[in-house]
Design a protein. Structure first.
Length: 322
């Protein structure tokens, strides 16, 4: 009798072990299936992530060097990796100078914190310091000075510009298209604008400053006096907008330019193309530079619209941005 009980017990155990194995087997299969699905997903999404980061990095490389160099740097960065398609297409669709780019020169990377409100789209920003999302470190707003001068090896990516006359002139590639558009519009309106000076190399600026200091010293000024005198009209080496490739001097660099219709036209229209009158007559105490009716500086359309409309200078605008 006890044997029977035992047998029936062991039979019951045998019976109950079968579904147990089935469950374990099913669970194991489930785990394996999940693992396979997970691995497949991972291996599929991995290249996607890589390629998008490649696109991003090459876009950054593109905007940082813009124009012809952009394609080559994008190409070289992409040749190191696999996806040459994405970077090269992003290079060809390179944003024009109106698009905010992370910047080329040292102090600028990742400066724009929100998408810009474009004056071109008819939405004129209400003013500086009103939460436009711009930072004063935006490459277009850089004010080189003695404390943060342009280094000798800091050469922007350059493009030739429409000079309105003879001679070859260059600007930072990101400003060149807007400048050419401004020249075309001025010409269409019957203006006779021509470029007298644009991009200057560090060596050129150094020589120019030195030559003028020597001339002032020849007039009896000490070296320090001469430097201060000259600096009111010619930027010290490393501190010129011209070295940034963002400044243009028009029509012979003459004070009389302020009495011409070309000057009036520029004051009315320069902001539409991203340019400002850099050294206004009533801002000398802030800019520390004499009134220069001939000197225009690229800052981008959205900044220029505010600066020209409010009749403020770049220093005031940047200070407001913080
Ligand atoms: Zn100038």
């Amino acid at each position: 009798m006890p044997q029977q009980v035992n047998r029936s017990y062991s039979r019951r155990r045998k019976k109950s072990r079968l579904p147990y194995f089935a469950i374990v087997l099913t669970l194991a299969l489930l785990v394996i299936t999940v693992a396979i699905v997970f691995m497949t997903q991972c291996s599929r999404s991995e290249p996607e992530e890589t390629s998008s980061s490649q696109t991003l990095s090459s876009a950054a490389a593109d905007s940082s060097s813009s124009s012809s160099m952009a394609s080559s740097s994008a190409a070289s960065s992409s040749s190191a990796t696999e996806s040459s398609q994405a970077p090269s297409s992003s290079a060809s669709e390179a944003p024009s100078s109106t698009a905010p780019s992370p910047s080329s020169s040292k102090p600028s990377s990742g400066t724009i914190t929100s998408s810009p409100t474009s004056a071109v789209d008819g939405v004129v920003p209400t003013g500086a310091g009103t939460g436009l999302g711009y930072k004063s470190s935006d490459w277009r707003l850089r004010i080189p000075n003695i404390d943060s001068p342009i280094e000798d090896d800091e050469i922007p990516e350059l493009s030739t510009i429409e000079s309105g006359g003879s001679g070859k002139f260059y600007l930072d590639s990101r400003a060149a298209d807007d400048f050419d558009a401004m020249m075309a519009a001025a010409k269409k309106d019957g203006m006779n604008l021509y470029v007298s000076s644009s991009y200057r190399t560090p060596a050129y600026q150094k020589n120019l400053f030195e030559k003028r200091v020597k001339a002032a010293m020849a007039n009896g000024e000490s070296r320090a006096e001469a430097e201060n005198t000259v600096a009111k009209e010619t930027a010290r080496p490393g501190t010129s907008d011209h070295m940034l490739g963002l400044a243009v001097d028009f029509n012979g660099v003459k004070n009389a330019f302020k009495d011409t219709k070309e000057y009036d036209w520029l004051i009315e229209h320069c902001a539409e193309y991203g340019f400002i009158l850099r050294y206004p007559e009533d801002k000398v105490d802030i800019t520390k530079v004499s009134y220069e009716p001939w000197h225009y500086r690229y800052v981008g359309k959205e900044h220029a619209a505010v600066i020209m409309e409010k009749k403020i200078c770049l220093e005031e605008y940047v200070q407001d941005l913080g």
